[in-house]
Design a protein around this ligand. Structure first.
Ligand code: NAD
Length: 318
């Protein structure tokens, strides 16, 4: 495993979001000062409240699709701003496209002007409804460019194109990570993603709403593993894209039953309509991350889900 890099100053766009707030915490723990740039469109002040008194932490409330200022030049820019759950990006379609395009351009400019390492948070959604399984980085994907989900998928694909062009045209030090479904403490119970939805429903004793017949699969990575992979990628000089995810694939029905068991809940399962263009399968090939970053997930689904359920119990109404 690459040694942790001693960053001086990191900018984390989307730092008040679920993954971003864990990244801010990890960077501060490594001794970096951190500027979190967030417009709170989907993030929450509570996520960064524990960091507000840290002398190395600063919050800049700004929309990254507009020009923004961060003060002293950073040596690392982690570009994580973007609505990420289907409920959010379907509610904020144009904002999602602006953030993925203009926001990525502004974050890249900041990295270029500062001579910083830049990392784009891309997504397994660039693979769309995949015709190859598991998905490796050389698979180009199967995305409907005009479907409702395209506002997210195509924004991320454009962000990858922009990041690659920036590195080629200006020699900016860029990397791209393709994150697969990540879960853990700090998610919102109503963000529409399967894990927080199932946990909220299980803790309330409500039926767990499984879409379709529940046979569609996802591969769930605990947030601590994802953050470790992101920081390993940041510390490397790889351009990527590099998949970061847990290859332990679960059907949605298996996940629902696991959450019911771990939450010790009496909830049942209710099947509801499957959303348009919902991918049938999702599983990362992480050979590249294993070989080049010596990274692989360590937290099993049972453990990660148990920790996440415990967090939701401690944060009712989240
Ligand atoms: P999130 O919604 O919790 O966090 C996103 C953050 O970005 C929020 O705090 C939001 O307020 C902020 N934001 C959105 N648009 C902005 C803008 N224009 N200007 C400034 N801030 C803005 O989502 P997340 O799950 O933490 O995802 C973070 C990143 O990781 C996203 O880029 C997402 O696409 C990527 N990703 C996440 C997952 C996952 O499973 N969580 C999977 C793949 C990719």
């Amino acid at each position: 495993m690459a040694q942790p890099h001693r960053w001086q100053r990191a900018v984390v766009t989307g730092g008040a979001g679920f993954v971003g707030s864990h990244l801010c915490t990890a960077l501060l723990a490594e001794g970096a000062s951190v500027v979190c740039v967030d417009d709170f469109s989907t993030g929450r002040p509570e996520n960064v409240a524990p960091l507000r008194d840290h002398p190395g932490f600063r919050l800049v409330e700004a929309d990254v699709a507009e020009p923004f200022e961060v003060g002293e030049p950073p040596d690392l820019v982690l570009h994580f701003a973007s609505p990420a759950s289907p409920a959010d990006y379907l509610r904020l379609p144009l904002h999602t496209l602006d953030t993925g395009s203009l926001g990525t351009r502004n974050a890249l400019w900041l990295a270029r002007e500062s001579g910083a390492r830049f990392l784009l948070a891309s997504t397994s959604e660039v693979y769309g409804d995949p015709q190859r399984h598991p998905q490796s980085e050389d698979y180009w994907g199967n995305v409907n460019p005009v479907g409702p989900r395209s506002v997210y998928d195509e924004a991320k694909r454009f962000g990858e194109a922009l990041t690659s062009a920036e590195a080629n045209a200006h020699g900016t030090n860029t990397g791209i990570v393709r994150l697969f479904n990540t879960y853990g403490p700090g998610m919102r119970g109503h963000d529409g993603r399967a894990v927080p939805t199932f946990i909220r429903q299980a803790l309330a004793g409500d039926p767990l709403t499984v879409t379709g017949d529940g046979r569609q699969t996802r591969s769930l990575c605990y947030v601590d593993d994802t953050v470790r992979g992101i920081l390993a990628m940041a510390a490397s000089d790889l351009r990527g894209p590099v998949n970061l995810g847990n290859p332990d694939e679960l059907s949605m029905l298996e996940l629902a039953h696991l959450v019911i068991e771990l939450a010790d809940s009496r909830s049942t399962v209710r099947f509801i309509e499957r959303p348009t263009d919902d991918p049938a399968v999702r599983c990362p090939d992480i050979t590249l991350a294993r070989d080049k970053l010596q990274w692989e997930p360590r937290v099993a689904a049972r453990d990660g889900l148990a920790r996440t359920i415990a967090w939701f119990r401690d944060h009712p109404g989240t």
